[in-house]
Ligand binder design. Structure first.
Ligand SMILES: Nc1ncnc2c1ncn2[C@@H]1O[C@H](COP(=O)(O)OP(=O)(O)OP(=O)(O)O)[C@@H](O)[C@H]1O
Length: 210
């Protein structure tokens, strides 16, 4: 069995005097899909941001390739792709400009490849239109085009299915399954009923039903 990329050991996080989770331990292995699930407000986004290194209000241990992540922050950041629940797209920039900005500091990618990625997410013909003139789903697709050129071994994806139509969801599911088959590790949270095989599930606390 391969070595975990990321290991969480006894993670604990409290917000506004409310315990979101405690004693939370799990491993993220190469070639696996992990779904973080739970009701609204249970801490899914908080956990994903902790895993991505974007939230420091937690205790416990996080190991990257078996060593404390805090000693290898730069290497971790280089090897992890995070897409948050907001698309993170700049409205005044075009899809091409946004995608180029999202790749800044990562591997060099030609404009041809960026255009191919935008075509792959259904944005052919919109490459050079300011994003403020695109729909919510199209803006989300600009962010998702990043996945078509990503080679980071760990993807952390928060609610990336939001505003995506049925065909887009199916294409994204296929992409995630293929990525896991190719050895990538993916952590997702979504309220969609995902059709993904053999997912590890991390379930956070129950909320009040209404
Ligand atoms: N910026 C913030 N400051 C203080 N508390 C916050 C902040 N953001 C979220 N919280 C609180 O943290 C808890 C967990 O929020 P989080 O966004 O992680 O939940 P979630 O499971 O992702 O919810 P949802 O399914 O609605 O997206 C909530 O009770 C929320 O009120």
């Amino acid at each position: 069995m391969s070595e975990p990329l990321l290991q969480a050991v006894n993670l604990q996080c409290e917000r506004d005097d409310r315990m979101l989770f405690r004693d939370l331990s799990f491993s993220i292995l190469p070639g696996t899909l992990t779904r973080v699930e739970g009701p609204n407000g249970s801490g899914k986004t908080t956990l994903l941001r902790i895993l991505a290194g974007l939230n420091d209000a937690w205790s416990g241990d996080l190991l990257w390739l078996g060593e404390s992540r805090s000693y290898q922050r730069d290497e971790f950041v280089r090897n992890m792709l995070y897409i948050g629940h907001r698309p993170g797209i700049k409205p005044l920039l075009t899809p091409m400009e946004n995608l180029r900005a999202l790749m800044a500091g990562r591997k060099a990618v030609s404009d041809d490849l960026l255009r191919q990625a935008l075509t792959g997410t259904g944005l052919a013909g919109f490459e050079d239109v300011p994003c403020r003139r695109l729909s919510a789903g199209q803006q989300r697709r600009v962010a998702l085009a990043r996945l078509l050129i990503a080679d980071e071994p760990l993807w952390i994806l928060d609610e990336v299915f939001t505003a995506i139509d049925i065909d887009g969801v199916a294409a994204l599911e296929t992409l995630l399954v293929q990525r896991a088959r190719d050895g990538g590790a993916i952590v997702v949270t979504t309220h969609h009923d995902l059709q993904l095989p053999s997912m590890q599930r991390i379930t956070l606390g129950a909320g009040d039903d209404f």
